[in-house]
Design a protein around this ligand. Structure first.
Ligand SMILES: [Zn+2]
Length: 822
C-alpha cells in the first residue's frame, strides 16, 4: 500500500477524522472488553451502483471483455514458443482509457525480476548457515533441486521477447515493460463503450518444470524409445494477457511473484496451435478442425465416447507407445475455439494416451459435456481407471452447489505440474511407479492424490474460472471455497480418504504463533496451505454443519455462485451474500475467522449445583445442617478420638448448658413467624411461582466457561446425567456478546436428573484447539512414551582412523538402483 497524503494528514487530526478503513485498528472499547460482534460495515467497502449492499452485482455493474485470436507454434527441439495474437479490447467501463496494461507472466523468470531477486533463503525452507544450536560445524542445507534451479536459470534465456506491438493498421504502438507487466499507450484514448484492436508478436523459451517448479513448462523423458527422448509440454501463462481493469481497483498492478495467481477478463478465443504432426493436443475449448488433425478411427471413437458407460480410448496405450518411438518433421495445426473464458491453456505431446466419456448433464446450460484425460504410459492404470471418472464426479457434486457446468469439455492432463487449473483444462501430477519386471504399480497415497487433485483442479473450473474472483489479491476466495467443495465431493467419493477440510484438520495451525489473517494478499501469506486452503475450508465446513445448518448454508452459497457466475466477486460480496441469503448475521464469524488470527478454545472451568431455598426454616435449616455435617471432620480431632482422649465437656457434664444440646440450626418460632410474614408480603404471582418451584425442587446447574482462544463460537454441550441419559444443547455464539472472555450458563434439570459430567464440542466440530479443557470433570489424557537408547556421538574425532585407514578402495561400479531426482 502506498502512503497517500490523506493518511499522513489524518495523523494530525483528532480520532474522529480518521477514515473508516482505518477504524478497525482503533480500540473501540474501554479496558479489557472487546466487542466481538461489532458490525463489519466499517471494514467492508461502501456499497455502490456496481456492487450493492446485498452482495449482488449492482445496477451499473460492468466488466471488460477481451477477445483473442492467436497463432502459435511449438519448436520441440528448441523448446520454444513463438506466437502472434490479435486482441480486441472492449471498454465496458464508464471511463476513458489512455493506456492498457498487459501481463507478461513469463518475465517472472528473467534474471532481474522481482520474483528472482527477492527469493529469501530461509523462507524457502532451507536450513540456514547457523543451525539451532549455533554450531558452525554443522553445514547449512541447500537442496540439489535448488542448485538445479539456479543452474537452469543461468543456462537459459528466459522471459518474453516482444518483437512487435501494432495497431489494427499495422502501425507500431508504444509500449513500456515494467517487470511482469507492460503498458500499451493507445494511439487515441479508448472511450467508454468503444473497442480497440491491436496485435502482439511474442516468443519465449519454455522452462523445464522440474527444474524451476512453475505452473507450466516441459518435462523430458530421456528413456523413451525415440532417440533423444520425448517431452510433455504444458502451456499456461504463455501469451501476453490483459490485466483486469475493475470498478474496485482500476488496473490491477500487482507484480507476478509466482504465488499470487491471476486476475483476468472474460473473452472469446480462437487459437491455432502448430505442433509436430504426431503430437496429441489437449486444450481449453473445442476442437474445430478434427477432420484435419484426427484420424477417422479417432473421430469414430470420440463419437462412441459421448454415450459410453466407461471411458473410451481415442488414443490407446499401444498407439501412444508406437507414437513415442518415431518422431516426425511434419507439422499439424490444431484449431480451438472457446467462448466466455478468462484464460486459455493447452498441452501437447506424442506420449499422450487419450480417453473420453460423455457426461449427460441435462438442463439448458450445457446438456452434454465431454470429460477427457490425456496421460503418458507413466500414468498407467491409475489414470485409466480414475481420471475421467473423477472429472465427472466433480461436475456432479459442484453443479449441485453452484450451477450447471457451463463449458463443452472438462479435461485432466498428466504432466509435471502437481496441480493447476484453467478453463476446461487441468494439469495433474500423480504417476505410477515402474517395477523391476516392467509392470507398473501405485501406492494408496498416489491413488488418493490423483482423485483428490483431479477433483480439486476441475473444481477450480467453477471457482475461480467461472466465479471469477481476484486471485492475485485473495487466494482464499478460490482455494478456500474450492477446498471446501472438493472436501464435499471427496467425502462423497470415499470418506476414509483424509480430505483435510474437517475442523480438526486446522487446529494445529490455528494455535501456531506466526500467522496472518485469511484476509491477506496472496504473496504476503506466511503458510499458504493452512492459511488459504484449510482454514477457510474448515471455516465454511463449520458454518455449514454447525452454525447455519445445511439448508440455510447451501441456499446462500448457491445464491453467491449464481449471482457471480461469469462475474467478478470481491470478499465483501461473498460475506454480504452469505448473510443476506441465510438471514443470519455473521459479522462476528467473518471477523473472527477471516480478519483475525484468534483460535477456538473454549474451556469449561466449573460447574455449580444449586438448590432453591424454600425460605421455610423447618426445611432450609435442616438442609444447612446436613451440608455442615457432610464436610470432612478434622484429622486432629479424629486422631484424638482414636487415642481415646475424652473431652472436657464430657468429663464435666454437670456444667453443660443449652448450647451443648442445640446447634445454630435449631429453629425457633421467631424464624417461623418471620417466614409467615415473608409469605404474606408476596404478591399472588410471586407466591404461586415460589410454591411451584419448591414443589418441583429442580436441579439448578451453573456452567462456567472461559474463551481461551479469543475466537467466539457457539458452545456445543453434551450433558450426561446419573441415570445414563445424554442431552445435547446448542448455545449460539451470541452468548459471548457482552462478555467475550467468560460466560455462565444456567441449566435447569428435573429433580430426578443429577448431572454427572459436561463435555464441550465432544464431536470436534468447532476446531477447538485444546480438547482437554472441554470436559468437566477433567479426563486423563491418553498419550504414549517410548524407551530409547542414548546415541554415541558421531563427530569426526570419534572415528577410529587407526583402523579405518586400512580400508580398501572399492572399484567403481554403477549402482543399479536408479536414484530418484528431486
Ligand atoms: Zn487450488
Amino acid at each position: 500500500m502506498r502512503i497517500t497524503k490523506p493518511f499522513a494528514l489524518a495523523l494530525l487530526l483528532p480520532l474522529a477524522f480518521i477514515n473508516p478503513t482505518q477504524a478497525s485498528a482503533i480500540k473501540q472499547t474501554k479496558g479489557d472488553f472487546e466487542d466481538k460482534f461489532r458490525q463489519l460495515e466499517e471494514v467492508l467497502p461502501t456499497p455502490n451502483v456496481y456492487r450493492n449492499a446485498a452482495g449482488e452485482p449492482g445496477e451499473n455493474y460492468w466488466q471488460q471483455q477481451v477477445d483473442y485470436k492467436i497463432k502459435v507454434s511449438l519448436d520441440e527441439e528448441k523448446r520454444r514458443l513463438t506466437g502472434s495474437e490479435k486482441i480486441t479490447y472492449h471498454n465496458n467501463s464508464p471511463y476513458r482509457l489512455k493506456y492498457l496494461w498487459v501481463q507478461l507472466d513469463q518475465n517472472r523468470f528473467k534474471e532481474d525480476s522481482i520474483a528472482n531477486t527477492t527469493s529469501d533463503f530461509g523462507a524457502m525452507g532451507r536450513r540456514g548457515p547457523e543451525n539451532q544450536a549455533g554450531d558452525r560445524n554443522t553445514p547449512a542445507k541447500l537442496s540439489l533441486g535448488e542448485l538445479r534451479r539456479q543452474q537452469f536459470m543461468a543456462d537459459n534465456e528466459l522471459g518474453y521477447e516482444i518483437s512487435a506491438v501494432k495497431d489494427d493498421s499495422g502501425k507500431a504502438i508504444k509500449f513500456t515493460v515494467v517487470g511482469t507487466q507492460m503498458r500499451i499507450d493507445l494511439p487515441e484514448p479508448l472511450k467508454s463503450g468503444d473497442e480497440v484492436e491491436f496485435s502482439i508478436d511474442f516468443a519465449f523459451n519454455i522452462v523445464e518444470e522440474n527444474a524451476v517448479s512453475a505452473r507450466s513448462g516441459y518435462e523430458h523423458f530421456d528413456k523413451d524409445a525415440r532417440e533423444g527422448g520425448n517431452d510433455i509440454f504444458l502451456l499456461a501463462q504463455w501469451f501476453p494477457r490483459l490485466h483486469a481493469y475493475t470498478d474496485y481497483e482500476g488496473w490491477n498492478n500487482k507484480e507476478f511473484l509466482g504465488r499470487g495467481e491471476f486476475t483476468l477478463e472474460f473473452g472469446n478465443y480462437h487459437v491455432e496451435i502448430d505442433v509436430p504432426a504426431d503430437h496429441i493436443v489437449s486444450s481449453t475449448g473445442v476442437l474445430t478442425n478434427s477432420k484435419q488433425v484426427l484420424t477417422k478411427t479417432q473421430r469414430k471413437r470420440l463419437e462412441q465416447a459421448k454415450t459410453a458407460k466407461r471411458p473410451v480410448f481415442i488414443v490407446t496405450e499401444e498407439e501412444a507407445l508406437e507414437n513415442e518411438k518415431e518422431g516426425t518433421n511434419k507439422r499439424k495445426t490444431w484449431k480451438f475455439k472457446a467462448d466466455n473464458v478468462r484464460d486459455f491453456a493447452w498441452a501437447s505431446s506424442r506420449k499422450f494416451i487419450w480417453d473420453a466419456k460423455g457426461y449427460q448433464q441435462g438442463g439448458d446450460t450445457m446438456e452434454h459435456v465431454m470429460a477427457m484425460s490425456f496421460y503418458p504410459k507413466e500414468g498407467g492404470d491409475l489414470w485409466k481407471k480414475y481420471s475421467t471418472e473423477s472429472v465427472i464426479h466433480t461436475m456432479e457434486v459442484y453443479s449441485r452447489f453452484s450451477f450447471d457446468y457451463p463449458y463443452p469439455t472438462a479435461q485432466s492432463v498428466n504432466g509435471p505440474v502437481g496441480g493447476m487449473e484453467y478453463p476446461m483444462i487441468t494439469f495433474n501430477g500423480p504417476r505410477t511407479e515402474l517395477q523391476k519386471d516392467g509392470s507398473r504399480t501405485y501406492s494408496q497415497a498416489e491413488k488418493r492424490f490423483l482423485i483428490g487433485v483431479v477433483i480439486h483442479e476441475v473444481g477450480h473450473i467453477y471457482f475461480p474460472m467461472v466465479v471469477n474472483s481476484d486471485e492475485r489479491q485473495w487466494t482464499w476466495m478460490d482455494e478456500g471455497l474450492n477446498s471446501f467443495l472438493d472436501g464435499v465431493a471427496g467425502r462423497e467419493w470415499d470418506p476414509n480418504i483424509p480430505w483435510g477440510v474437517e475442523p480438526r484438520d486446522i487446529v494445529g495451525y490455528m494455535k501456531s504463533e506466526n500467522q496472518v489473517p485469511i484476509m491477506t494478499q496472496s504473496d504476503s501469506i506466511l503458510r499458504i496451505g493452512p492459511n488459504a486452503y484449510t482454514k477457510p475450508a474448515a471455516a465454511l465446513n463449520v458454518l455449514r454443519e454447525v452454525i447455519l445448518g445445511r439448508e440455510l448454508f447451501d441456499f446462500a452459497f448457491k445464491e453467491y455462485a449464481e449471482r457471480w457466475m461469469f462475474k467478478r466477486p470481491t470478499p465483501s460480496d461473498f460475506f454480504r451474500t452469505m448473510e443476506e441469503a441465510s438471514g443470519v448475521d455473521l459479522d462476528w464469524f467473518w471477523r473472527g475467522w477471516f480478519y483475525s488470527t484468534d483460535h477456538v478454545d473454549i474451556s469449561i472451568d466449573r460447574v455449580y449445583k444449586m438448590r432453591l431455598d424454600t425460605h421455610n426454616p423447618d426445611i432450609d435449616y435442616g438442609r444447612l445442617r446436613q451440608i455442615e455435617q457432610d464436610k470432612p471432620s478434622s484429622l486432629f480431632v479424629e486422631r484424638n478420638k482414636a487415642e481415646g482422649k475424652t473431652l472436657w465437656v464430657d468429663r464435666n457434664s454437670d456444667v453443660s448448658d443449652f448450647y451443648d444440646e442445640n446447634d445454630r440450626f435449631t429453629v425457633t418460632n421467631k424464624e417461623r413467624n418471620k417466614y409467615q410474614e415473608f409469605l404474606k408480603g408476596l404478591k399472588p404471582w410471586e407466591r404461586k411461582t415460589l410454591e411451584r418451584a419448591i414443589k418441583e425442587d429442580a436441579n439448578y446447574y451453573v456452567l462456567e466457561f472461559s474463551n481461551v482462544g479469543g475466537l467466539v463460537m457457539p458452545i456445543l454441550l453434551e450433558l450426561t446425567y446419573a441415570d445414563g441419559t445424554v442431552e445435547n444443547q446448542y448455545v449460539p455464539a451470541e452468548i459471548w456478546r457482552r462478555s467475550p472472555k467468560k460466560v455462565r450458563k444456567l441449566i435447569v434439570a428435573d429433580k430426578s436428573k443429577e448431572l454427572v459430567s459436561v463435555a464441550v464440542d465432544p464431536g470436534w466440530e468447532t476446531a477447538d484447539v485444546d480438547v482437554e479443557n472441554n470436559y468437566y470433570p477433567r479426563q486423563i489424557i491418553p498419550t504414549r512414551v517410548e524407551a530409547f537408547k542414548a546415541k554415541k556421538s558421531s563427530g569426526k574425532v570419534n572415528r577410529d582412523i587407526m583402523q579405518d585407514i586400512k580400508t580398501e578402495l572399492k572399484k567403481d561400479k554403477k549402482d543399479d538402483k536408479q536414484e530418484k531426482e528431486d
